[in-house]
Design a protein around this ligand. Structure first.
Ligand code: NDP
Ligand code: GDR
Length: 365
């Protein structure tokens, strides 16, 4: 039985990856931070009573900013594979907490790699580093591939740039099996509520159910290559199963504007929208309702722009070229964007029907 250690196990990707590895027969250890409230909703279905025999899923308290803790957990769990997913992962928030982001996302990766060297496990344990399409930042080449030059545009992306290169460096310097998955945006019903896709599907569900009046967004022109997280964790696993360590772009190869994601989301609920105006004064109003369960007044303004969501420096266009991962990993996404939107919208409608969760909607994001 192989043993895996996942940092950020209660995040979106950590939850899907833990489920995948358990299905594959792994012993899975997860690192999560202590929080003042229990925040394990995404992995509660995987919970196993630690007192019972044959437990294959265990959680450990830890933090990417604490080397001693990481060394001890790696020593105790003796993983064959580490998936380093923990990070302060919100690009806009990284402008508010740049130093912390550098520490957790950049130096945190170094701490994992060094822990393996300190424990003399560097030849035994494979490492997956959660790299990102944000590395490409300001457009240098389209579509973006493994050889496209990086130009990070946020403290988050700069921290991840360090993590990317320290992973490559430890591979070259010490012969470690350490790989970067350069993943383009991936979403799901488990996506954090302040990332744009989930913010949109959640708000649209709340609006048609009469729980929210309007959705405020930032840059509607940004273009992203959106896939489904379930497909992307499969790619992470494949990256660590190859004969040689390498870095891979994981993407769908299709890009969509935020505005069109909004349109698709409302359309899924039977609401047609028209976008009026531009820049900070752009709005979207209802032009038709096809679903008798969700009647909104024609002309009602449901989307508006709030410049507070604009970023000091933006990444305008991301579109990945997944040729290498297709050829070498045999990886291809199973979901398309329409299916992703459908699943997210259905889950959010269900969620709001079950409980009243519309709080602090506009605080962050
Ligand atoms: P999430 O934000 O959903 O999850 C991040 C996880 O990291 C959470 O479990 C979080 O814990 C944990 N974490 C944050 N800071 C620390 C810390 N200092 N110590 C320990 N744990 C910490 O992100 P995703 O699952 O979406 O992404 C996973 C990884 O992949 C991240 O590194 C992200 O940057 C990267 N990535 C994501 C992409 C995407 O589109 N989703 C694309 C490319 C890369 P808590 O719940 O306590 O906050
Ligand atoms: P991103 O994801 O920054 O690409 O990082 P996010 O969903 O936050 O933004 C995507 C694009 O949408 C625009 N946008 C808004 N974004 C948010 N969050 N809130 C808004 O109201 C809003 N309005 C418009 C943004 O400006 C941006 O252009 C995600 C994270 O998962 C990273 O961790 C990961 O590395 C990258 O994807 C790949």
């Amino acid at each position: 039985m192989k043993t895996a250690l996942i940092t950020g196990v209660n995040g979106q990707d950590g939850a899907y990856l833990a489920e995948l590895l358990l299905e594959k027969g792994y012993m899975v250890h997860g690192i999560k931070r202590r929080a003042s409230l229990i925040n394990t909703e995404r992995i509660d279905h995987l919970y196993q009573d630690p007192h019972s025999e044959d437990v294959r899923f265990r959680l450990h308290y830890g933090d990417m900013t604490d080397s001693t803790n990481l060394i001890r957990i790696i020593q105790e769990t003796q993983p064959d594979e580490i998936y380093n997913l923990a990070a302060m992962s919100h690009v806009r928030v990284s402008f508010d907490t740049p130093e912390y982001t550098a520490n957790a996302d950049g130096i945190g990766t170094l701490r994992i790699l060094e822990a393996l060297r300190i424990l003399k496990m560097e030849q035994k344990c494979r490492v997956y580093q959660a790299s990102t399409s944000e590395l490409y930042g300001l457009v240098q080449e389209v579509p973006q591939r493994e050889t496209t030059p990086f130009y990070p545009r946020s403290p988050y992306a700069v921290a991840k740039l360090y993590a990317y290169w320290i992973t490559v460096n430890y591979r070259e310097a010490y012969g470690m099996y350490a790989c970067n998955g350069i993943l383009f945006n991936h979403e799901s019903p488990l996506r954090g509520e302040t990332f744009v896709t989930r913010k949109i599907t959640r708000a649209a569900a709340a609006i048609v159910l009469g729980l929210q009046d309007k959705l405020y967004l930032g840059n509607l022109d940004a273009q992203r290559d959106w896939g489904h997280a379930k497909d992307y964790v499969e790619a992470m696993w494949r990256i660590l199963q190859q004969d040689q360590p390498d870095d891979y772009v994981i993407a769908t190869g299709v890009t969509t504007r935020v505005r069109d994601f909004v349109r698709m989301t409302f359309d899924e609920l039977g609401i047609e929208l028209e976008f009026i105006g531009e820049g900070a004064s752009e709005t979207a109003v209802v032009t038709a309702c096809r679903n008798k369960d969700y009647i909104l007044p024609i002309g009602k303004e449901v989307v508006a722009v709030d410049p507070k969501y604009f970023r000091p420096t933006e990444v305008d266009l991301l579109i990945g070229d997944p040729t290498k991962s297709k050829t070498k990993l045999g990886w291809e996404p199973k979901y398309d964007l329409q299916e992703l939107v459908r699943e997210m919208v259905a889950c959010d409608v269900e969620l709001f029907r079950k409980k009243d969760v519309a709080q602090f909607e506009h605080l962050m994001g």
